[in-house]
Design a protein around this ligand. Structure first.
Ligand SMILES: Cc1cc2nc3c(=O)[nH]c(=O)nc-3n(C[C@H](O)[C@H](O)[C@H](O)COP(=O)(O)OP(=O)(O)OC[C@H]3O[C@@H](n4cnc5c(N)ncnc54)[C@H](O)[C@@H]3O)c2cc1C
Length: 436
């Protein structure tokens, strides 16, 4: 065996999830190699992330981890504990305002969860929303319609009832840089990164993973291999031959995010906050250069675009304009620019929009996948959880029978990683959307 080509663990993918796990394992003393087809870390779907940090999910475990993540991002410099010549990311913790709608049950279920977790929040009535964000109007437009619907853009004669402001949240200015920061920290602890190489085979011997082959013919050995391949996760699971042993699947969903200038005279970049509005089916956040970044909340009238991650349309479509027009219902002064700007990227979506952070039926093969458009924020914690899960499993713990627990130190709460099991039943408490 060529010793220079043998590692304690190989991670397929150097997105935010694979890189965070590299850091988690390296801090435990593991010799880790991340392999990525792309030229640098965080260049895959992570680069297109809106990088919004917010505590509210539909489940208590999902919310607990998301709330905890706020404190990791706030303490980023200490968490990274390494010098990145490109500098560190900036966490703009401007908070987030969510509109109460019939679709989200006026936030009643979510607020019960927030109360249990002691997450601070404030109720706003419609006038307070306009006072906080003076470019918004109070009309209600729901249910969300397609742009070709004759009633598109017409309000329904009512006003929105109000919203809830969550002070603990905001966004990270550069998701790719966040990944690079983690790469530098992982390298400081001994991790290696190999770019522009694709994993083409996963090897096993006597029912144990033994390593991977690359597209240049190299064979790399490790008794632990992690699938952190983002939207390609199902392809990697097929290579590993583990799909039969899973109750939850993953697939790639195409998404467009529009970047449009803020209306003249309004400083959304400095005065705005995250805005989640299921009454118009869009979410928005401030972007550098005083832009609005507008994503879709996947309203039922939009057909979901499941795609092959190696073959999909990277161009903007009519969906881009639809999202801007939906935001324009709430912000009457928002202009539709003639040139399209923004992001076309993929979510790696599970059957219930909750990730899979788990082992597999193949000893030594693990997965941190199915991040469903909502796990950027959690990556620093996922890295530590996966490192614990892998170490414990490799030391003999049967995680399927005795699920590992993880303590969220900032909010002092323990979660069971069984929540993320590949063997779970579809979680009916999920929103089955990017909201998680
Ligand atoms: C448009 C958009 C908006 C989002 N907004 C938010 C948000 O506001 N807040 C939030 O918390 N989350 C958000 N997310 C979700 C979040 O960004 C993702 O959950 C996260 O970035 C996924 O990271 P990853 O490392 O799993 O995947 P990726 O970043 O895609 O990394 C996977 C890597 O694996 C590599 N790879 C794949 N196959 C192979 C192979 N065979 N060999 C070698 N390498 C391989 C790829 O090149 C890629 O770099 C958003 C996602 C998108 C797409």
């Amino acid at each position: 065996m060529n010793k220079s080509k043998s590692y304690d663990a190989i991670i397929i993918g150097a997105g935010i999830i694979g890189t965070a796990t590299s850091l988690g394992l390296a801090r435990k003393g593991w010799r880790v190699l991340n392999i990525d087809s792309l030229p640098a870390s965080g260049y895959g779907s992570t680069s297109g992330s809106c990088a919004i940090i917010r505590p509210y999910y539909s489940t208590i475990d999902g919310s607990a981890i998301a709330y905890e993540s706020h404190f990791y991002w706030k303490d980023w410099e200490n968490f990274i504990d390494a010098k990145d010549e490109r500098g560190l990311i900036r966490y703009n913790d401007c908070g987030s305002l969510v509109i109460k709608t019939k679709q989200n049950n006026y936030l009643k279920n979510i607020l019960k969860i927030m109360d249990e977790l002691n997450v601070p929040y404030e109720h706003y009535d419609a006038d307070q929303i306009v006072a906080r964000l003076p470019i918004m109007n109070k009309q209600s437009y729901g249910p969300v319609k397609s742009a070709d619907d004759a009633d598109f853009g017409m309000d329904n004669g009512k006003e929105i009832v109000g919203g809830v402001f969550f002070s603990h949240g905001g966004y990270i200015n550069d998701p790719q840089l966040a990944t690079h920061n983690m790469q530098i920290a992982a390298e400081k602890n001994g991790s290696k990164f190999l770019f522009n190489k694709s994993v083409t085979a996963i090897h096993r011997q006597h029912n144990q993973v033994t390593g991977v082959s690359l597209d240049d013919g190299q064979l790399l050995q490790a008794e632990v291999v992690l699938n952190a391949a983002g939207p390609h996760s199902y392809k990697i699971n097929q290579l590993a031959g583990v799909v039969e042993g899973m109750n939850i699947g993953t697939r790639a969903l195409r998404h467009e995010v529009a970047h449009v200038p803020s209306p003249t005279g309004y400083d959304y970049e400095n005065e705005g906050c995250i805005f989640s509005d299921s009454d118009v089916g869009a979410y928005m956040r401030p972007e550098q250069g005083n832009f609005f970044l507008i994503g879709s909340e996947d309203p039922p009238c939009d057909k979901r675009q499941w795609v092959d991650p190696d073959n999909f349309d990277h161009n903007f479509t009519e969906q881009w304009r639809t999202q801007v027009m939906r935001a324009g219902q709430r912000i009457s002064s928002l202009a539709i620019p003639s040139t399209t700007k923004g992001v076309v990227e993929l979510y790696d979506v599970t059957d219930d929009w909750i990730p899979i952070y788990d082992k597999s039926d193949l000893p030594g093969y693990y997965m941190a996948i199915g991040t469903s458009g909502n796990q950027f924020k959690n990556a620093p914690i996922v890295g530590e959880m996966m490192a614990d899960l892998i170490s414990a499993s490799e030391s003999g713990q049967n995680h399927d029978q005795e699920p590992l627990s993880f303590h969220l130190k900032h909010i002092d709460r323990t979660v069971s990683l069984g929540f993320y099991s590949r063997l779970r039943e579809v979680n009916q408490a999920s929103s089955f959307s990017v909201l998680g």
